[in-house]
Design a protein around this ligand. Structure first.
Ligand SMILES: *Cc1c(COP(=O)(O)O)cnc(C)c1O
Length: 237
């Protein structure tokens, strides 16, 4: 099992490097290995093969797993986060490197407050955007809502740093070219509003099925799970 993970990881890294080269290689692309539902042994195998950025979706699962793994792992929280779990997440995961799924002012305020209270370095966050045009429980709408939340984070949340924008794509977790184009357009609008360089903001988009297309469209952060760790078995969690 672990040997498959090492091979898969190597393969994904090569495909990322190739896609970045084709794209011109302007920005380095970070691989977040999405390890939800996977046992710590699988994460350790990826870690031993050099992987440091891992993505998890559930607060309790991350609280259980992170103490059993090396302290220099950069944890990306990529699941739907309820405000009332923000404190447990920030306090319980010292290696929390980023929350990619901020979709409300309420959650941003909560995260900022707990990050400040804990005295940790500012917490990088991304605004999650619903780019599918379909009803969804997570992600702000592109356009004014996205710009407003980004402005709120950068102006009114001293415990946070706006790192960029994230999208899942379609409700079935695949992406269409429109999803990528939409996130790129959102970043442009946010950068103009905040008066910052567009490329100072990251784009988290692309998963197992489409990370190469995402990189071609400008992704700087791809979230790849099943292609590295194999299919997920939710029942076993
Ligand atoms: C599960 C998940 C992924 C990884 O999906 P794969 O298709 O297994 O690569 C990426 N991003 C988010 C937000 C996820 O929940």
């Amino acid at each position: 099992m672990a040997s498959h993970i090492v091979e898969n990881l190597k393969d994904v890294r090569e495909r990322i490097a190739q896609a970045s080269r084709l794209q011109g290689g302007q920005s380095p692309v970070r691989l977040v290995a999405v390890s939800k539902t996977k046992p710590v042994e699988d994460l350790q195998a990826a870690y031993d093969a050099g992987q440091r950025d891992f993505g998890e979706n559930y607060v309790q699962e991350l609280l259980d797993k992170s103490p059993k793994l090396p302290g220099d792992i950069q944890w990306h929280f990529i699941g739907h986060l309820q405000s009332n779990k923000a404190k447990a997440l920030v306090e319980g995961v010292p290696g929390l490197a980023m929350v990619e799924t901020v979709d409300s002012e309420r959650l941003a305020n909560k995260l900022s407050g707990v990050a400040e209270a804990q005295g940790r370095p500012v917490l990088p966050v991304m605004v999650q955007v619903n780019t599918s045009g379909e009803a969804s429980k997570s992600g702000v709408e592109p356009g004014e809502a996205c710009v407003a939340l980004a402005r709120h984070i950068s102006e009114s949340c001293p415990g946070l740093r706006l790192a960029g924008l994230m999208t899942i794509g379609m409700p079935d977790y695949t992406s269409r070219p429109e999803n990528f184009a939409c996130l790129v357009a959102c970043r442009k609008a946010v950068a103009e509003e905040l008066g910052v360089e567009e490329h100072s903001l990251e784009l988290s988009m692309g998963m197992s099925a489409d990370f190469e297309q995402a990189i071609a469209a400008g992704a700087t952060n791809v979230r790849v799970g099943s292609t590295i760790f194999g299919a997920r078995n939710y029942a076993a969690r």
